[in-house]
Ligand binder design. Structure first.
Ligand code: BGC
Length: 247
Protein backbone atom coordinates (compact mmCIF):
# COMPACT_ATOMS: atom_id res chain seq x y z
CA UNK A 1 0.00 0.00 0.00
CA UNK A 2 1.33 3.41 -0.90
CA UNK A 3 0.54 6.92 0.29
CA UNK A 4 1.94 10.41 -0.21
CA UNK A 5 3.64 11.94 2.83
CA UNK A 6 4.30 15.67 3.05
CA UNK A 7 6.45 17.42 5.65
CA UNK A 8 5.94 21.16 6.00
CA UNK A 9 9.11 22.56 7.59
CA UNK A 10 10.53 25.95 8.43
CA UNK A 11 12.78 26.01 5.37
CA UNK A 12 11.33 23.45 2.97
CA UNK A 13 8.22 21.49 2.09
CA UNK A 14 9.19 17.91 1.28
CA UNK A 15 7.13 15.07 -0.13
CA UNK A 16 7.46 11.49 -1.34
CA UNK A 17 5.40 8.45 -2.15
CA UNK A 18 5.90 5.96 0.68
CA UNK A 19 5.67 2.19 0.52
CA UNK A 20 3.95 1.42 3.82
CA UNK A 21 4.99 -2.21 3.90
CA UNK A 22 8.63 -1.19 4.23
CA UNK A 23 8.57 2.48 5.27
CA UNK A 24 10.69 3.47 2.29
CA UNK A 25 10.24 5.97 -0.52
CA UNK A 26 9.15 4.41 -3.78
CA UNK A 27 10.77 7.17 -5.86
CA UNK A 28 12.36 10.57 -5.58
CA UNK A 29 11.73 12.85 -2.64
CA UNK A 30 10.70 16.27 -3.94
CA UNK A 31 11.26 19.59 -2.18
CA UNK A 32 10.37 23.24 -2.55
CA UNK A 33 11.42 26.18 -0.37
CA UNK A 34 8.76 27.06 2.18
CA UNK A 35 7.10 30.21 0.80
CA UNK A 36 7.41 33.42 2.82
CA UNK A 37 5.28 34.63 4.40
CA UNK A 38 4.19 31.11 5.36
CA UNK A 39 0.47 31.80 4.90
CA UNK A 40 -2.17 29.07 4.49
CA UNK A 41 -2.80 30.00 0.84
CA UNK A 42 0.89 30.06 -0.05
CA UNK A 43 1.62 26.71 1.63
CA UNK A 44 -1.38 24.95 0.09
CA UNK A 45 -0.51 26.25 -3.42
CA UNK A 46 3.14 25.28 -3.07
CA UNK A 47 2.10 21.83 -1.86
CA UNK A 48 -0.32 21.36 -4.76
CA UNK A 49 2.44 22.13 -7.27
CA UNK A 50 4.93 19.94 -5.40
CA UNK A 51 2.85 16.77 -5.50
CA UNK A 52 1.38 17.33 -8.97
CA UNK A 53 3.79 14.80 -10.57
CA UNK A 54 2.78 12.04 -8.14
CA UNK A 55 0.10 9.50 -9.08
CA UNK A 56 -3.46 10.58 -8.28
CA UNK A 57 -5.65 8.46 -6.07
CA UNK A 58 -3.11 7.87 -3.30
CA UNK A 59 -4.03 8.98 0.23
CA UNK A 60 -2.21 12.16 1.32
CA UNK A 61 -0.91 13.06 4.79
CA UNK A 62 0.65 16.34 5.89
CA UNK A 63 2.91 16.83 8.91
CA UNK A 64 2.64 20.45 10.02
CA UNK A 65 4.75 22.37 12.59
CA UNK A 66 1.96 23.11 15.06
CA UNK A 67 -0.41 21.16 17.28
CA UNK A 68 -3.30 19.89 15.17
CA UNK A 69 -6.60 19.18 16.87
CA UNK A 70 -9.32 17.60 14.70
CA UNK A 71 -7.68 19.06 11.59
CA UNK A 72 -7.30 22.57 13.01
CA UNK A 73 -3.86 24.10 13.61
CA UNK A 74 -3.69 25.83 16.97
CA UNK A 75 -0.42 27.81 17.07
CA UNK A 76 2.10 29.35 14.68
CA UNK A 77 5.58 29.36 16.19
CA UNK A 78 7.45 29.37 12.86
CA UNK A 79 4.66 30.01 10.38
CA UNK A 80 2.31 32.89 9.57
CA UNK A 81 -0.19 33.88 12.26
CA UNK A 82 -2.97 32.97 9.81
CA UNK A 83 -2.47 29.33 10.81
CA UNK A 84 -3.72 29.94 14.36
CA UNK A 85 -7.17 28.33 14.40
CA UNK A 86 -6.98 27.55 10.66
CA UNK A 87 -8.99 24.55 9.35
CA UNK A 88 -5.81 23.03 7.90
CA UNK A 89 -7.36 19.69 6.98
CA UNK A 90 -10.15 21.40 5.03
CA UNK A 91 -7.76 23.86 3.38
CA UNK A 92 -5.44 21.09 2.15
CA UNK A 93 -8.35 18.86 1.17
CA UNK A 94 -9.88 21.61 -0.94
CA UNK A 95 -6.55 22.81 -2.33
CA UNK A 96 -5.26 19.36 -3.27
CA UNK A 97 -8.67 18.15 -4.45
CA UNK A 98 -8.70 14.99 -2.33
CA UNK A 99 -8.98 14.00 1.32
CA UNK A 100 -5.88 14.96 3.30
CA UNK A 101 -4.93 13.94 6.85
CA UNK A 102 -3.06 16.62 8.82
CA UNK A 103 -1.08 16.07 12.02
CA UNK A 104 1.79 17.61 13.94
CA UNK A 105 5.13 17.13 12.16
CA UNK A 106 6.99 15.66 15.14
CA UNK A 107 4.09 13.32 15.89
CA UNK A 108 4.37 12.11 12.30
CA UNK A 109 8.09 11.45 12.81
CA UNK A 110 7.40 9.62 16.07
CA UNK A 111 4.83 7.38 14.42
CA UNK A 112 7.35 6.48 11.71
CA UNK A 113 10.16 5.74 14.18
CA UNK A 114 7.76 3.58 16.23
CA UNK A 115 6.68 1.64 13.18
CA UNK A 116 9.88 1.37 11.15
CA UNK A 117 12.75 2.91 13.12
CA UNK A 118 14.47 3.44 16.44
CA UNK A 119 11.37 2.93 18.61
CA UNK A 120 10.12 -0.16 16.81
CA UNK A 121 8.83 -2.72 19.31
CA UNK A 122 9.88 -0.59 22.30
CA UNK A 123 7.47 -1.30 25.17
CA UNK A 124 8.26 1.75 27.29
CA UNK A 125 8.05 5.53 27.21
CA UNK A 126 9.91 6.87 24.19
CA UNK A 127 10.34 10.56 23.39
CA UNK A 128 11.40 11.68 19.95
CA UNK A 129 12.72 15.22 19.68
CA UNK A 130 13.05 16.68 16.19
CA UNK A 131 15.86 19.21 15.97
CA UNK A 132 15.38 21.68 13.14
CA UNK A 133 14.08 25.23 12.86
CA UNK A 134 12.35 24.53 16.19
CA UNK A 135 12.20 21.52 18.49
CA UNK A 136 9.24 19.20 18.03
CA UNK A 137 8.29 16.27 20.24
CA UNK A 138 6.46 12.97 20.04
CA UNK A 139 5.74 11.05 23.24
CA UNK A 140 4.91 7.37 22.88
CA UNK A 141 4.18 4.55 25.27
CA UNK A 142 4.24 1.02 23.91
CA UNK A 143 4.22 2.53 20.43
CA UNK A 144 1.03 4.51 21.07
CA UNK A 145 1.34 8.25 20.57
CA UNK A 146 0.20 10.92 23.01
CA UNK A 147 -0.46 13.60 20.37
CA UNK A 148 0.41 17.28 20.35
CA UNK A 149 3.01 17.41 23.10
CA UNK A 150 5.00 20.61 22.66
CA UNK A 151 8.16 19.88 24.61
CA UNK A 152 10.20 22.30 22.51
CA UNK A 153 8.44 25.05 24.41
CA UNK A 154 9.40 23.99 27.93
CA UNK A 155 11.46 26.64 29.67
CA UNK A 156 15.13 26.08 30.27
CA UNK A 157 17.01 28.84 32.11
CA UNK A 158 13.98 31.07 31.55
CA UNK A 159 14.01 30.65 27.77
CA UNK A 160 11.99 28.34 25.51
CA UNK A 161 13.98 25.18 24.83
CA UNK A 162 13.78 25.57 21.05
CA UNK A 163 15.10 29.14 21.23
CA UNK A 164 18.26 27.84 22.97
CA UNK A 165 18.81 24.43 21.46
CA UNK A 166 17.17 23.92 18.05
CA UNK A 167 19.54 22.86 15.27
CA UNK A 168 18.95 26.24 13.61
CA UNK A 169 20.20 27.97 16.77
CA UNK A 170 23.47 26.02 16.64
CA UNK A 171 24.02 27.23 13.09
CA UNK A 172 22.85 30.79 13.70
CA UNK A 173 25.00 31.27 16.79
CA UNK A 174 27.94 29.28 15.41
CA UNK A 175 27.95 27.02 18.48
CA UNK A 176 30.54 24.24 18.73
CA UNK A 177 29.13 20.70 18.94
CA UNK A 178 30.15 20.64 22.61
CA UNK A 179 28.40 23.92 23.43
CA UNK A 180 25.27 22.78 21.63
CA UNK A 181 25.36 19.38 23.33
CA UNK A 182 25.46 21.16 26.68
CA UNK A 183 22.31 23.10 25.82
CA UNK A 184 20.60 19.96 24.52
CA UNK A 185 21.54 18.11 27.70
CA UNK A 186 19.80 20.79 29.74
CA UNK A 187 16.67 20.49 27.61
CA UNK A 188 16.60 16.70 27.88
CA UNK A 189 17.17 16.92 31.64
CA UNK A 190 14.20 19.27 32.12
CA UNK A 191 11.98 16.95 30.05
CA UNK A 192 13.36 13.94 31.92
CA UNK A 193 12.27 15.47 35.21
CA UNK A 194 8.69 15.53 33.94
CA UNK A 195 8.27 12.36 31.87
CA UNK A 196 11.14 10.00 32.83
CA UNK A 197 11.42 8.38 29.39
CA UNK A 198 13.04 4.98 28.85
CA UNK A 199 14.54 6.21 25.59
CA UNK A 200 15.08 9.56 23.87
CA UNK A 201 15.44 9.60 20.08
CA UNK A 202 16.92 12.66 18.39
CA UNK A 203 15.69 13.36 14.86
CA UNK A 204 15.75 16.05 12.20
CA UNK A 205 18.38 16.52 9.50
CA UNK A 206 21.14 16.96 12.08
CA UNK A 207 20.61 13.35 13.24
CA UNK A 208 22.82 12.42 10.28
CA UNK A 209 25.67 13.91 12.32
CA UNK A 210 24.65 12.18 15.55
CA UNK A 211 28.18 10.90 16.17
CA UNK A 212 29.32 14.50 16.62
CA UNK A 213 27.00 15.34 19.50
CA UNK A 214 25.17 12.36 21.03
CA UNK A 215 28.34 11.04 22.74
CA UNK A 216 28.78 14.50 24.31
CA UNK A 217 25.35 14.54 26.00
CA UNK A 218 25.28 14.31 29.77
CA UNK A 219 21.79 13.03 30.61
CA UNK A 220 20.12 10.17 32.50
CA UNK A 221 18.04 8.41 29.80
CA UNK A 222 19.62 6.52 26.91
CA UNK A 223 19.72 8.65 23.76
CA UNK A 224 19.95 7.45 20.19
CA UNK A 225 19.66 8.98 16.72
CA UNK A 226 16.52 8.61 14.64
CA UNK A 227 16.96 5.75 12.21
CA UNK A 228 14.84 7.40 9.53
CA UNK A 229 16.63 10.77 9.92
CA UNK A 230 14.50 13.52 8.40
CA UNK A 231 12.50 11.09 6.24
CA UNK A 232 10.48 10.20 9.35
CA UNK A 233 7.99 13.08 9.07
CA UNK A 234 7.08 12.14 5.50
CA UNK A 235 6.77 8.43 6.30
CA UNK A 236 4.60 9.01 9.40
CA UNK A 237 2.28 11.41 7.58
CA UNK A 238 1.82 8.83 4.83
CA UNK A 239 1.08 6.09 7.38
CA UNK A 240 -1.62 8.19 9.02
CA UNK A 241 -3.12 9.11 5.63
CA UNK A 242 -3.37 5.44 4.74
CA UNK A 243 -5.29 4.85 7.95
CA UNK A 244 -2.56 2.51 9.24
CA UNK A 245 -2.14 4.48 12.47
CA UNK A 246 -4.55 6.54 14.50
CA UNK A 247 -3.55 9.85 16.00
C1 BGC B 1 6.07 23.79 17.07
C2 BGC B 1 5.79 22.31 17.08
C3 BGC B 1 6.61 21.62 16.00
C4 BGC B 1 8.08 21.97 16.16
C5 BGC B 1 8.94 21.36 15.06
C6 BGC B 1 7.56 24.01 17.22
O1 BGC B 1 7.85 25.36 17.23
O2 BGC B 1 5.38 24.44 18.13
O3 BGC B 1 4.42 22.06 16.87
O4 BGC B 1 6.43 20.24 16.08
O5 BGC B 1 8.26 23.37 16.15
O6 BGC B 1 8.57 21.79 13.81
Amino acid sequence: MGAIGIDVGGSGIKAAVVDLATGTFTGERVRVDTPTPVTPDAVVSATRALIAPFPGGLPVGVGFPAPVIAGVTTTAAHVDHGWVGAPARDLFTRGLGRPVAVLNDADAAGIAEARFGAARGHPGVVILLTLGTGIGSAVMHGGVLLPNTELGHVEVRGVEAEARAAAAVREREGLSWAAWAERLSEVITVIDGILWPDLVILGGGVSRKAARFIPLLDVRPPVMAAVLENRAGIIGAAAVAAGDVRT
